[in-house]
Design a protein around this ligand. Structure first.
Ligand code: ADP
Ligand code: MG
Length: 701
């Protein structure tokens, strides 16, 4: 950003001063003129129109009304006191209510005086009222510059009480704009501006606050949204290009005995075409001389583990070691079990290293990793944080649950001089838009095909009233030799209430499914690791028919004979969690079933989640619904990633613009990789400004 004026601390602006400046910084994140300029209104109202009071019929929408004071009461005592001013227009009357700052406003409203009132109605006891509205006398209203569309800004209660309510903010912004007009730099090249007929950045920044009409406003918003998305993409792609050019990768040139022997003699089934394609993509990438950073997407049960294993064997063929990191111990244990079984008979040394690996065992494993005698190590994050040293680590596979952002990933391989190739596997498919942003610096491989012979899992929704039926069904299934998961929510492992729920549920089930005919085991996050393992093991080897568990079994657990998943209080789970849980069944040849138990009362979102689960088993579809329901900000991992600090753009609603932004960024970089051309100087300058700002992005730029 060329001009220091824009970086002027906000307290220097006329009408702000130190106290309000501090408040703006704290409550609105505004510290400079430029921050104020990009403190966008979230909507506009038409100031030329007054809403008739009688026609108010919805809550939480800003309205402007015009009316006379007809009543005035100071109610309650002390902290409970409130001021109620009743105003009326020709159509009806409404109460204006103040709970705070009463002494300040109470003398303004004499009976019969006329006001322009601006605020959000809420419904209380069947009647609309407006608390803490903004008010102006008719004279004040007329004296104001008349914006055809008046901007509405967010302001905290504290800001409102300190003269920084939305109307004041619009005044401040107007003053600001008059001072900085002419110095707001353009950030896009003429090429891009012309291609998309974007309005200039300065016009956009002014018009987004004070548009002359709706069309101008929309153009301003489109332009600024594009900037947000485009510069994110540009940063991600530059980061990626830069990494590819400067970071050498180990060249895995051979496919040797490990891979070939496994493929010919040990692979228990034919690979799906999708698995073959993905292995080929990864192999080419690892042989290219650049360091691989690849995201492997595939639905639950699509066979990602096998792909990971075969890629690790390629590493071995080229004289390197490989490791596989899982998000939980249970999952690490299981990967270890699966992989050692698959490799049984092959001359490959594999071991397990997690937080609960005993010290003595560690002492044996560490030197083997250091000498290179150990080929593959499987574990949790402890693996990377531990004092583990490898002889030559060539491939890191991360089986993750969207837990890492760009910055975290960068840290992972900073250990060795030539960093290992990195393959990140997502546990649940993520929507393309999110992949483009959160994982925008990675190459993507997708397994879009399930192993053959899988029967689609049948999903049902039952209320409490259907519990009897559910138990009958469970008994029938057990009689057929199947096993059953019963899962309870334990969102926060420290919630005693949830734990009580689980243990009570367990005791109840023990009453219904009595020994010796039936036996049950239980696992949850509060148990010691060995207790947990024991519970899992008894279920896994068929000693118990029912496993009562929390979401510790959410990811990855693979027990093909378990064909029924009962989820208690399923309305409390998120969609991706439900999908993950359901993915625990349907792994063998038997018809599998998922039963979603809920209370009778469901929120609209809760109902959508349950209906979505009943309707489809397609993970990509489910993740799309999830993204729409929750918005990107709430999805796991996106917060840490820092790439979604978007003020205007929404990666769901603005998907098309996001794609355009990515394409434009790609084209730009292939045409001018270092952004050296004169026409791109504005772009590079803005990029430099963005990287100079302190943010989670600091690592990237
Ligand atoms: P994901 O990790 O993608 O959820 P897994 O790797 O755990 O899936 O695989 C799920 C199950 O499918 C495992 O039991 C695995 O052995 C089996 N499997 C994997 N690939 C194939 C295949 N090509 N044909 C048949 N079964 C397969
Ligand atoms: Mg898996």
């Amino acid at each position: 950003m060329s001009v220091d004026l824009l970086q002027t601390p906000i307290e220097f602006l006329k009408g702000i001063g130190p106290k309000r400046g501090e408040l703006l910084r704290k409550d609105a994140g505004v510290s400079t003129y430029y921050d104020m300029l990009t403190y966008y209104p979230f909507r506009h109202v038409d100031r030329s129109r007054f809403s008739p009071i009688a026609e108010i019929n919805s809550e939480n929408i800003y309205l402007q009304i015009r009316g006379k004071v007809v009543d005035f009461q100071l109610l309650g005592q002390g902290r409970a006191s409130r001021l109620v001013v009743t105003v009326s227009d020709n159509s009806g009357s409404i109460d204006l209510i103040w709970f705070q700052g009463i002494s300040w406003v109470k003398d303004k409203f004499s009976i019969g005086s006329e006001w322009v009132i601006f605020g959000k109605p809420t419904l209380f006891n069947g009647r609309y009222n407006i608390s803490h509205p903004e008010t102006e006398t008719i004279a004040e209203f007329i004296a104001q510059p008349s914006d055809p569309l008046h901007p509405i800004y967010n302001s905290s209660e504290k800001m409102k009480l300190n003269g920084l309510a939305t109307r004041a903010l619009s005044k401040v912004t107007r003053t600001l704009i008059s001072q900085i007009k002419g110095v707001i730099p353009e950030t896009l090249s003429n090429n891009i501006l012309n291609e998309f007929k974007f309005v200039g950045r300065e016009d956009a920044l002014i018009n987004i606050h004070f548009p002359t009409d709706v069309e101008t406003l929309e153009k301003a918003r489109a332009r600024l949204k594009f900037d947000e998305l485009f510069f994110i993409q540009l940063r991600l792609l530059r980061y990626k290009n830069n990494r590819e050019q400067t970071v050498r990768g180990n060249i895995f040139a051979y496919i040797g005995d490990y891979f070939n022997r496994f493929y010919k003699q040990f692979l228990p089934f034919e690979l799906t075409n999708a698995q073959k394609r993905v292995i080929r993509e990864i192999r080419i990438d690892m042989g290219s001389g650049k360091q691989m950073n690849r995201l492997l997407q595939g639905d639950v049960g699509s066979g990602k583990t096998l792909v990971a294993l075969m890629c690790m064997l390629i590493a071995l063929d080229n004289g390197f070691q490989a490791c596989l990191m899982a998000p939980t111990e249970i999952l690490a244990n299981q990967h270890y079990a699966t992989i050692s079984k698959l490799l049984n008979g092959m001359d490959v040394k594999v071991d397990l290293l997690t937080g609960s690996t005993k010290k003595a065992r560690r002492k044996e494993i560490h030197p083997m990793l250091q000498s290179g005698e150990m080929h593959i190590i499987i574990g949790t994050h402890a693996l990377i944080e531990d004092t583990v040293k490898f002889k030559n680590l060539g491939l890191v596979v991360v089986d993750e649950q969207h837990r890492f952002g760009v910055a975290q990933r960068a840290k992972m391989w900073s250990k060795s001089e030539i960093p290992p190739h990195v393959l990140v596997m997502t546990a649940t498919p993520i929507p393309r838009t999110l992949a483009m942003t959160v994982y925008g610096d990675l190459d993507v491989s997708i397994i879009d095909e399930m192993p053959p012979g899988r029967k689609a899992i049948k999903t049902y929704h039952f209320y409490e009233s259907g519990r009897e039926k559910v138990y009958n069904f469970m008994q029938q299934q057990i009689a057929l030799g199947r096993q059953i998961y019963v899962v309870y929510p334990l969102i926060d492992e420290s919630e005693t209430l949830d734990l009580k729920n689980l243990t009570e549920g367990f005791e109840h089930l023990e009453q219904v499914f009595r020994s010796p005919q039936y036996s049950l085991s239980m696992v949850h996050g509060r148990m010691k690791a060995d207790e947990k393992d024991a519970g899992m093991a008894r279920f896994k080897n068929g000693e118990t028919q029912i496993l009562v568990a929390t979401t510790v079994i959410e990811v990855g657990v693979d027990i093909p004979n378990a064909s029924v998943m009962v989820i208690e209080n399923s309305e409390r789970f998120g969609l991706s969690q439900l999908h993950q849980l359901r993915g625990r069944v349907g792994r063998g040849g038997d018809q599998s079933h998922c039963i979603l138990m809920t209370g009778f009362k469901l929120t609209a979102d809760g109902r959508t989640r349950i209906e979505t689960m009943v309707r489809t088993t397609d993970g990509f579809e489910i993740s799309d619904v999830d993204l729409k329901l929750r918005g990107p900000g709430d999805l796991e991992g996106t917060k840490q990633s820092g790439v979604l600090d978007l003020k205007l753009a929404d990666i769901v609603k603005d998907e098309q613009l996001l794609r355009i932004a990515r394409n434009v960024a790609q084209k730009l970089l292939s045409d001018d990789p270092k952004l050296e051309k004169a026409e791109n100087q504005r772009i590079i300058r803005y990029l430099e400004y963005l990287s100079s700002k302190k943010s989670d992005w600091a690592m990237i730029s």
